[in-house]
Design a protein around this ligand. Structure first.
Ligand SMILES: *[C@@H]1O[C@H](CO)[C@@H](O)[C@H](O)[C@H]1NC(C)=O
Ligand SMILES: *[C@@H]1O[C@H](CO)[C@@H](O)[C@H](O)[C@H]1NC(C)=O
Ligand SMILES: *[C@@H]1O[C@H](CO)[C@@H](O)[C@H](O)[C@H]1NC(C)=O
Ligand SMILES: *[C@@H]1O[C@H](CO)[C@@H](O)[C@H](O)[C@H]1NC(C)=O
Ligand SMILES: *[C@@H]1O[C@H](CO)[C@@H](O)[C@H](O)[C@H]1NC(C)=O
Length: 385
């Protein structure tokens, strides 16, 4: 197989350069600044290996990959419509944890520090090591869902093309398909992501925006990932779909930021309404997890097909944001202006911006080329070294 020969050729070349590079560093001592020729050999080798996402990356190796994800998602969605918000959240949490690699060194080639949409969030700790750092456990309140659905889809992919399609691509494509099924915009997903072999606990905790962040903190965290105000406001519109768990809202209703009081910004009638909804559902919570959706916050106009429209932004205009972080978008003119703009048409401006911002997010810190690996079981890393 010529393609695997190529890969081995590059690997062997890279490793031999790596060995000479480290021995150079070892001998060079403090004066380890690379000379021009060493430098160019390094960048040559890394550009050899560097590649990027492509349109239809699997056209040769697994042409049916995207169709398999699409039909699996349609089947899952028909039974569990909450798969769409679940995957959107999973995807967001996976991609958002990104730390730029320092100088592109060979150690970052073999053990990449760059991470983002690399399916690290799917890694399980069930291979015995209780101490492993697991993003999945670090995520605020462990409310992430969708792992089982990704496993189902990946199983289908493995049947058709064993060991070819990465978990990171599976998540990215399935998320897009879930958004479309929920009535959201279609956008092309470039492919060719590879999976990480590590998970990162501390980054997971520190870098994810929190529901009680103020607008300054929210904008700051998104800006760290290269998103401007407009992109940030459109991405929060993902809250259009799905339910926000009462356990997340609870603090805001009774003990806001440790004051022992509700968030003073909540209008009394809305406070009563939220308390009632959360009580109701928690008394009989055997099947449904208690929570509230943005469709519920607007008592009027529940027309069908409006699930991915303007109701999130219209709710905020009426002061009926469920999360503090949501309502905070109205606290500053630069974001409030965008909320008003998104709320003012039929939703098409928001949908276009949302699709663009998600495309951008789906390429954050990806591993491509020879970096990372392709996991067969998304919960388990492949140990190659
Ligand atoms: C597990 O983590 C704890 C606390 O960080 C540490 O003290 C302990 O040595 C670790 N155990 C192993 C087997 O790594
Ligand atoms: C998640 O729950 C823990 C307690 O279980 C709490 O300390 C923490 O503040 C919660 N995080 C968020 C973001 O609500
Ligand atoms: C937002 O939160 C940060 C961190 O808690 C705080 O330093 C800042 O003063 C807050 N900004 C506003 C406008 O409340
Ligand atoms: C909760 O469920 C019980 C029986 O399962 C039923 O009698 C009761 O009316 C329900 N309460 C609410 C608020 O729906
Ligand atoms: C993947 O690995 C997990 C954790 O070890 C295991 O529970 C699961 O059954 C595996 N899935 C498949 C399809 O082998």
């Amino acid at each position: 197989m010529p393609s695997s020969l190529n890969i081995w050729f590059v690997l062997v070349v890279s490793i031999s350069v790596l060995i000479s590079w480290t021995s150079l560093i070892g001998e060079g001592g403090q004066s380890s600044a690379p000379s021009a020729s060493e430098f160019s050999s390094v960048s040559l080798a890394s550009s050899y290996v560097e590649s990027s996402l492509e349109y239809d990356f699997y056209r040769q190796t697994c042409p049916q990959a995207e169709a398999i994800v699409r039909s699996s998602m349609a089947r899952i969605y028909s039974e569990h419509q909450d798969v769409s918000p679940a995957l959107l959240r999973l995807f967001f949490h996976d991609c958002f944890i990104e730390v730029a690699a320092p100088f592109p060194s060979f150690s970052s080639l073999l053990f990449p520090k760059m991470r983002g949409c690399d399916a690290s969030i799917l890694l399980d700790d069930s291979n015995g090591d209780q101490n492993r750092s697991i993003e999945r456990r670090a995520i605020p309140n462990k409310t992430l869902k969708g792992f089982d659905q990704i496993d189902l889809i990946k199983e289908e992919l493995e049947k058709a093309c064993p060991g070819v399609v990465s978990c990171a691509d599976t998540v990215s494509i399935a998320t897009r398909d879930g958004i479309v099924l929920a009535g959201g915009p279609f956008y092309p997903v470039l492919t060719g992501r590879r999976d990480s072999s590590h998970s990162y606990y501390n980054e997971a905790l520190a870098e994810i925006p929190r529901p009680d962040d103020n607008v300054t903190q929210t904008l700051h965290l998104f800006a760290l990932r290269g998103f401007d105000e407009r992109e940030t406001v459109s991405l929060l519109g993902g809250h259009n779909i799905g339910k926000i768990g009462c356990e997340v809202i609870e603090k805001r209703l009774s003990d806001f930021k440790g004051t022992g009081q509700p968030d003073p910004m909540i209008a009394p009638d809305f406070l009563t309404e939220m308390r009632l909804k959360c009580q109701d559902s928690s008394s009989n919570s055997t099947t449904l997890l208690p929570g509230m959706s943005y469709l519920q916050t607007l008592s009027s106009s529940m027309s069908s097909g409006a699930s991915f429209g303007t109701h999130y932004y219209r709710s905020l205009l009426m002061g009926r944001g469920l999360l503090f972080a949501d309502q905070q978008l109205m606290a500053e003119e630069k974001t409030a202006r965008l909320v008003r703009a998104y709320a003012s048409d039929d939703g098409s401006t928001f949908r276009m911006d949302f699709a663009r911002a998600l495309m951008k997010m789906s390429s954050l810190g990806v591993l491509t080329g020879l970096k990372g690996q392709v996991r067969r079981n998304c919960s388990l890393p492949v140990f190659t070294f």
